[in-house]
Design a binder for this molecule. Structure first.
Ligand SMILES: [Zn+2]
Length: 477
């Protein structure tokens, strides 16, 4: 039996156990930085398989690394396992929480964590059996939804010695992500003024709210003079306490996004100057509370092509009548017009896809959000890893078409066999790609050359200021 067949056999034999584990994490539905039971379930398997475990990575109690093997190349597979607040939902096509108000896996990270686990274990077993040299690592990355933990892990240099990294995400199609994402900075500006009786002696007051409003007017004028693709979002999170008191404190929260990290940095500097100006105009003072920042995603076509090959090799997903019925009912629960608008916004042709759930490998489909050269208007912490080491992420079908992330239908599908089938496909692809990396150094060299050509010698500089620590973030959380 060759290595590939051995890997596929591993999944045939362990499909059920991995699916059971994914359901266990789905049941726990723990929120960011509280994923203790989910972590333990994953670490238990890694320890049983002989991986050494380092916990409390970057001061996060639910971040860990599991390592097996020795020497180079070192391949990292990233896993996540945090749920989303308030999205508790049964595996049902009717909206019905398991526990009212509890968390739910609305982004399918139960599958993400266990798919990546299956991949490292299968790769390790194959390396052991066939004497393949190298090191395989599982990165347990918590709190993706809330604090972008990978950026903190990246700042601590824990991805620096990797030859490549792989990860995936539950999606509506089986395809490599050839598209980039936006770089981002999220921060709050606190203005401090002087309170006074708004009618009796306003001349004694200095309004912090005026500062927030003037700052936002300034930023609105800035919009015309930044690159077209930049987005600046803001909300005033605190405006004052009563209209008859000159506000002594006000806070405005901004998110800046742009296609390149450098663009975000430049706009951020100009926005900080607007804060300074608003404080001068209003006679207030201000400070900036940095929340988080990320790079834009660096696409690596060398690895994407490998992933696309592996997807094609492993093949499409077949569904049972029950699964197709469940998919149909889930789509039936969407708001009127939502399904049609999903199809058109992703340039999906239902006849080309072959049904309401995309089991086939979307190699030649020009799906929006997957295609070369596109920038998907979202930001994520995997982007930082992709600048540090050659990386790829891909999607596998875990939900029917039209099912959007962070919705109850997504939770339901990611707890069902539709989700588990997508997860097993992802695990197979990552295990096979990892073994290719180990056996074909020229592949890693090509991937590194491609990354070098993007970076042009520019080192990774963490978007997070050095005085921001996880402890500080956790205190505020
Ligand atoms: Zn997600």
């Amino acid at each position: 039996m060759n290595v590939n067949d051995y890997v596929l056999k591993y999944f045939d034999e362990n499909n059920e156990e991995l699916s059971k584990l994914a359901k266990e994490i789905w049941d726990y539905a723990e929120l960011g930085l509280e994923e203790h039971k989910s972590c333990k379930a994953i670490i238990d398997v890694l320890e049983r398989e002989g991986f050494s475990i380092e916990e409390n990575i970057s001061d996060m109690p639910t971040a860990f690394i599991g390592t097996w093997g020795s020497g180079e190349p070192i391949i990292g597979i990233l896993g996540e396992y945090d749920a989303l607040a308030g999205l508790s939902q049964k595996v049902s096509h009717i909206k019905e929480p398991v526990i009212e108000g509890a968390g739910g896996h609305g982004c399918g990270h139960n599958l993400l964590g266990i798919g990546s686990l299956g991949a490292v274990v299968a790769a390790k077993r194959a390396m052991e059996k066939y004497g393949i040299k190298g090191t395989v690592r599982y990165y347990g990355c918590p709190a993706e939804e809330t604090i972008s933990s990978k950026v903190f892990m990246a700042r601590d240099g824990i991805f620096d010695d990797l030859a490549a990294s792989l990860t995936w995400h539950p999606d509506f199609a089986n395809a490599a992500y050839y598209s980039s994402t936006l770089a981002m900075n999220s921060f709050k500006v606190n203005f401090h003024g002087i309170t006074a009786h708004a009618a009796g002696d306003p001349q004694e007051g200095r309004s912090a709210l005026d500062a927030s409003i003037i700052m936002d007017i300034g930023v609105n004028y800035l919009r015309e003079h930044v690159i077209q693709e930049a987005r600046i979002h803001s909300i005033i999170t605190h405006g004052g306490d009563a209209p008859n008191i000159v506000p002594g404190y006000s806070q405005i929260h901004y998110i800046i996004r742009a296609p390149k990290r450098q663009d975000v940095e430049e706009i951020y500097e100009r926005v900080k100057n607007i804060a300074k100006g608003a404080a001068l105009i209003t006679g207030t003072t201000y400070d900036i509370e940095f929340i988080c920042g990320t790079y834009n995603y660096t696409v690596n076509n060398t690895i994407n092509d490998l992933i696309a090959d592996k997807l094609a090799q492993v093949g499409p997903i077949e569904y049972t009548e029950e699964e197709l019925e469940f998919a149909k009912n889930l789509i039936g629960s969407l708001e009127p017009g939502q399904f049609e608008s999903f199809l058109s916004s992703h340039r999906l042709d239902i006849d080309e896809i072959g049904g309401i759930i995309c089991g086939r490998i979307a190699d030649e489909l020009e799906l929006k959000g997957f295609s070369k050269g596109e920038v998907v208007p979202v930001s994520g912490d995997r982007a930082d890893v992709s600048y540090i080491t050659p990386s790829a992420q891909f999607g596998t079908t875990c939900v029917p078409l039209g099912t959007a992330e962070h919705n109850w239908q997504f939770v339901a599908s990611c707890g069902s066999t539709i989700g588990f089938k997508g997860m097993i496909l992802a695990a197979k692809v990552m295990a096979l790609a990892t073994l290719d990396f180990m056996q074909k150094p020229e592949l890693l060299k090509a991937a590194q050359d491609e990354l070098d050509s993007v970076r042009k010698g520019k080192e990774y500089v963490s978007p997070i200021p050095s005085d921001i620590t996880i402890k500080k973030i956790m205190e505020k959380h």
